[in-house]
Design a protein around this ligand. Structure first.
Ligand SMILES: C[S@@+](CC[C@H](N)C(=O)[O-])C[C@H]1O[C@@H](n2cnc3c(N)ncnc32)[C@H](O)[C@@H]1O
Length: 201
């Protein structure tokens, strides 16, 4: 069954904000930060796109980066504001506007909720908000195609799928790798991680 873009998924985050915050805010993301941060200049501007709890925004800000954080769920935005002390914005990926373009975009487990037929457009828009030479981190549940899981819709991705999406975009895959889910008890779930580089305007 096809559900309109985002409606069901954002309802899920609205209703489950407390539980989602509690389940994700303390997950140890060190192994992912170690891949991403060396590619961002010290003190550079990082956009946390679909920031959820604000866990990663808080880490980046604590490391001296300038952070812009946003999420489409008002309930999670409030929680992320409280947790980070940052002016977390409430809007969709397509409403991001950075002037000047950001040094890096961190889209951890968030683009995975974009319907497959909208993904190229969202990636193209995010690329316009990134400086040339900047990096975009994204992660998806490993697989291919659209699925619904317990009230949220996902676009699953593998290396071939991602490469296909990027053919028409000014983004190339600098690195991609698979990881097990970092939440305790969910280690059997596989994720596709990718660091995309903006090659040109
Ligand atoms: C699985 S959570 C990941 C949250 C956080 N990045 C993390 O790693 O814990 C997905 C997040 O994406 C947000 N989201 C979903 N669709 C979005 C959209 N179209 N624009 C912005 N945020 C969106 C959700 O509200 C949710 O906070």
């Amino acid at each position: 069954m096809y559900l309109p873009a985002g409606v069901m998924t954002l309802d899920y985050y609205q209703q489950q904000a407390d539980a989602f915050f509690a389940a994700t805010v303390s997950v140890d993301m060190t192994s992912l930060y170690q891949r991403f941060l060396p590619r961002v200049s010290k003190g550079g501007h990082i956009v946390d796109a679909g920031c959820g709890s604000g866990r990663d925004s808080r880490h980046f800000a604590g490391q001296g980066y300038r952070v812009t954080a946003f999420d489409a769920s008002p309930a999670l935005v409030q929680k992320a504001r409280d947790y980070t002390g940052l002016p977390v914005a409430c809007h969709d990926f397509m409403a991001l506007h950075c002037q000047p373009p950001a040094d890096a975009i961190w889209a951890c487990a968030s683009l995975l909720h974009v319907p497959e037929n909208e993904l190229a457009g969202v990636l193209a828009h995010l690329a316009t908000q990134l400086k040339t030479g900047g990096v975009l981190y994204c992660s998806f549940k490993y697989g291919r195609g659209e699925v619904e899981r317990h009230g949220r819709r996902f676009t699953d991705m593998n290396e071939q799928g991602l490469a296909q999406w990027l053919e028409v975009l000014p983004l190339t895959i600098a690195e991609s790798w698979q990881t097990a889910d970092l939440r305790p008890g969910r280690e059997q779930e596989t994720w596709l991680n990718a660091l995309l580089k903006k090659e040109s305007d």
